[in-house]
Write a protein that binds this ligand. Structure first.
Ligand code: HEM
Length: 483
């Protein structure tokens, strides 16, 4: 095997065989593609499997490999040269079947997650019934072409680059699959003031207004070193993960040496910004809950809007660069960062080690590479007084070596589970889904950081609605060429 999945990789010093693997693995897996505009073309294949396979073979040479992506990103950093559009192709289990290529599909040990698809996992995930999802997602999706590109201008909603790339894909498609939906993504930003040099700090956010995409597993040595040297460091929370955190051998590839892929989650999550912000503000002003103001929102997410971790500070402003070198060892009972906070539920950074005695390695095995993109039209630098109650949200995307121990574990066993990390913790207020069970209140500590703080309970609604999605695999490019 050309790649050692149990370690990180220094890609700039890769051997020829490692380079061959990086040229075969699709981009966006080991590092985000970084484009600020996306189009997601969701497909179902028809009766003629041979024609659909021919379409994929013809598209394969246009798919962006990891090596191309990393090389282009380096050129962009050094010379400002844009890498052009990004193209990825994801296949679901039903997609492999419709292509009559089931023998090439991965056969993961994941309790049936990949083979069954996301719809069949609704109960486990506490997702809404199929009838409540956006129409295209009421049945399984066979494939997704992921297109990334630059917007026409920094403040423009339009992206001719991604539209042209989509036209190119549709020209190759020539009716050999049905387009069931095209989702359009656009990164949004927050003006985080100016730093000490007077430079304007613009950070990527999600629609509730919080800096997003900061904490990621890093699998390339170059990224780990940049984190170590150019941010707040890696001495407390080590973001270093082996390639095998996301990569698995792709059995469909003609080359066992270079053929690797990754399991991919796509979920369209609509955000009721008006509802979330109103409740957040109401709770912040409620004297019975301590009259915490901004701090209230930070305790729900685990970070202030500017990204400052609430376990480190009771005020925002620690955002240069946004801090990520922390864990909860000094706050085991959630006096500073509540146990229910979104980032603590989805990455407990040692909480389950203390609580259940599992190894840190076991806890870290659930960590995912998030590649989400916001959707829905708002000003690029968001006007905080504009609060839509629908039509905007997050196209949540993530890569895993296993869907059951990665995404499903995080959503079902951690976020949705009021008993994690211990009884009385409550659900994740951002993404926790209760299914049919009754709502449970959050326990709010009315003073930050004080062991003897009074506690009060507060109900919190569900302001993120699942609108549909699918489980996919990102095959090696050699697999696509040989279909
Ligand atoms: C981190 C928001 C959905 C898992 C974050 C952060 C924000 C955020 C603001 C902090 C930024 C960072 O630490 O990088 C949201 C919103 C969502 C959403 C608004 C839905 C609309 C999800 C889902 C999952 C998830 C569905 C997985 C089931 C994570 C993880 C982290 C994170 C693992 C990093 C935690 C850490 O390493 O400390 N999210 N998120 N998020 N989110 Fe979400």
């Amino acid at each position: 095997m050309a790649l050692a999945l149990n370690s990180t990789l220094r890609w700039m010093a890769a051997s020829d065989s490692e380079k061959a693997a990086l040229a075969d693995i699709q981009g966006n897996i080991l590092d985000g593609h970084g484009r600020k505009a996306t189009r997601h073309v969701l497909l179902r294949f028809g009766e003629d499997a041979a024609a659909s396979r021919a379409f994929i073979r013809e598209l394969a040479p246009h798919i962006t490999s990891t090596l191309e992506q990393l090389t282009a990103a380096k050129a962009f950093r050094e010379h400002g040269v844009s890498g052009g559009p990004f193209l990825g192709l994801l296949l679901s289990s039903s997609g492999y079947a419709s292509l009559e290529a089931a023998q090439k599909a991965p056969e993961p040990d994941d309790g049936g997650a990949f083979v069954q698809g996301m719809l069949a996992r609704a109960e486990l995930l506490a997702d809404p019934d199929a009838g409540e999802l956006d129409e295209p997602y009421r049945q399984g999706i066979d494939a997704m072409v992921l297109i990334g590109g630059n917007p026409d201008a920094a403040d423009s909603w339009e992206s001719t680059e991604t539209e042209n790339a989509e036209t190119k894909v549709l020209n190759i498609l020539q009716g050999r699959a049905y387009v069931v939906a095209v989702e359009v993504g656009r990164a949004i930003f927050k003006d985080n003031g100016t730093d000490e040099l007077g430079i304007n700090k613009i950070e990527g956010i999600e629609h509730f207004g919080y800096v997003d995409g900061r904490s990621q597993p890093l699998m390339l040595d170059e990224l780990v070193e940049r984190e170590r040297d150019e941010s707040d460091g890696i001495s407390v929370w080590d973001p270093t993960f082996p390639l095998g955190q996301v990569l698995v051998p792709d059995p469909g590839s003609p080359s066992a040496e270079t053929g690797f892929g990754s399991f991919f989650v796509f979920r369209k999550l609509e955000q009721d910004v008006a509802g979330f912000k109103a409740r957040e503000e109401e709770m912040g002003e409620d004297e019975a809950l301590g009259g915490m103001g901004e701090l209230m929102g930070a305790t729900l997410v685990g970070r202030f809007e500017d990204g400052t971790p609430v376990v480190l500070q009771r005020d925002d402003g620690g955002d240069n660069p946004v801090m990520n070198n922390f864990d909860y060892a000094g706050d085991p009972d959630g006096l500073r960062c509540p146990l229910h906070a979104h980032i603590r539920k989805t990455n407990p950074r040692g909480d389950s080690v203390r609580q259940f005695g599992v190894s840190l390695e076991e806890e870290r095995s659930h960590i995912m590479a998030r590649r989400g993109m916001t959707y829905g039209r708002r000003d690029r630098v968001v006007d905080p007084t504009d609060k839509p109650n629908g039509g905007v949200g997050l196209m949540f995307m993530s890569f895993h070596n296993n869907l059951a121990t990665g995404f499903e574990f995080t959503q079902a066993r951690w976020a949705n589970n009021p008993g994690f990390v211990r009884d009385g913790t409550g659900r994740d207020p951002v993404i926790g889904q209760r299914g049919s069970a009754a709502a449970e209140d959050l326990t709010v500590r009315t003073t930050w950081g004080k062991r003897d703080a009074a506690t009060a309970t507060a109900s919190f609604g569900e302001f993120v609605r699942h609108k549909g999605g699918e489980y996919f695999f990102a095959p090696a490019i050699s697999t696509l060429r040989a279909l």
